[in-house]
Write a protein that binds this ligand. Structure first.
Ligand SMILES: Nc1nc2c(ncn2[C@@H]2O[C@H](COP(=O)(O)OP(=O)(O)O)[C@@H](O)[C@H]2O)c(=O)[nH]1
Ligand SMILES: [Mg+2]
Length: 285
């Protein structure tokens, strides 16, 4: 596999498919200011990309990704015209849950993860937090209600806090059978429009909402080059994939924007842009 490959990693619902959909929709418009330019598509499932980009253009959420690998390979070039190829195994999030819970993955998945830079997705809007008895006690006090002990709940790895799962997953990548190597890792906080409402910046958001993950990255036992990006690949809420569910309140605003690129916002160490290829370009070095 080429050295210049990028793998998208993230738990279910972390925004992986949406990012890929937006990227494909935007690249097709050949934006003049993109850090990476699209050259051609690898031999793979074009209909999958067409389908997810169509849903993205019409401002509808993506369907859940089926648990087989949809391998997408984009041949791109950097600003100097240097060829880079970007491989996205748009892996179903369950693959990563399983990696953490059972410490197993298929050989294909192992190979992608062994040889590539990573975009690690985490959805700003779907962070399952650690629950403290202390907080429940404070709430009960405020509500003037007694706090009674409930039934003990058995430990279930699948419902562990998001940051615990991600640290477990990342730590697996520096343990056997993975080899120690230099990697570039971009933590991508997706649905950044939701986080931004709090007036924060990506690094601060990470430290505040996922302090364990932030500390793990800062400690950097693996010696990776890493950064945090905030990425809004929709610009706001989209209509649900299931048409029987209530529609998103402000979605027409997104549909009426003069260009698709105006939906996008990328906030990173180099400032703000609407160039979705920026985190990829950084990971590719
Ligand atoms: N508000 C907002 N929601 C987003 C954004 N990107 C993804 N989402 C939502 O996050 C959820 C999960 O996205 P999806 O791409 O299906 O995640 P995947 O399971 O990792 O492929 C969906 O409800 C998306 O609509 C964004 O930029 N803004
Ligand atoms: Mg998906």
């Amino acid at each position: 596999m080429a050295e210049s490959a990028v793998t998208i990693v993230g738990l279910p619902g972390s925004g992986k498919t949406t990012y890929l959909a937006a990227l494909w929709a935007i690249l097709n418009e050949r934006p003049p200011n993109a850090t990476l330019r699209f050259r051609e598509l690898g031999a793979n499932d074009r209909s999958y990309l067409t389908e997810i980009a169509k849903r993205w253009r019409s401002a509808h959420e993506q369907e859940r990704t089926l648990p087989d690998i949809k391998l997408v390979k984009l041949h791109m070039s950097g600003l100097a015209g240097d060829p880079v190829s970007v491989t996205f195994p748009d892996l179903a999030g369950e693959t990563f849950v399983r990696m953490w819970v059972d410490r197993t993955c298929s050989r294909d998945v192992y190979e992608y993860l062994a040889s590539t830079g990573l975009l690690v997705f985490v959805n700003a809007d779907r962070i399952s937090q650690v629950a403290y008895i202390r907080d429940a006690a404070n709430l009960a006090k405020l509500a003037g209600e007694p706090l009674s002990a409930g039934e003990p709940a058995a430990w279930d790895a699948k419902t562990a806090p998001t940051q615990v799962q991600l640290v477990g997953l990342l730590d697996a990548l520096r343990s056997q059978p993975f080899e120690e190597k230099r990697r570039r890792v971009a933590i991508v906080v997706s649905a950044w429009d939701r986080a931004e409402e709090e007036g924060t910046v990506p690094e601060k958001f990470l430290a505040g909402r996922m302090p364990l993950l932030a500390q793990y990255m800062r400690q950097n036992l693996a010696g990776w080059d890493w950064r945090v990006y905030g990425v809004s690949a929709q610009g706001g809420e989209f209509d649900p994939a299931d048409s029987s569910k209530p529609r998103a309140p402000n979605v027409e605003r997104l549909r009426e924007l003069p260009t698709l690129a105006e939906r996008i916002k990328v906030v990173g160490p180099d400032g703000q842009s609407n160039d979705l290829t920026e985190p990829l370009a950084w990971v590719l070095g």
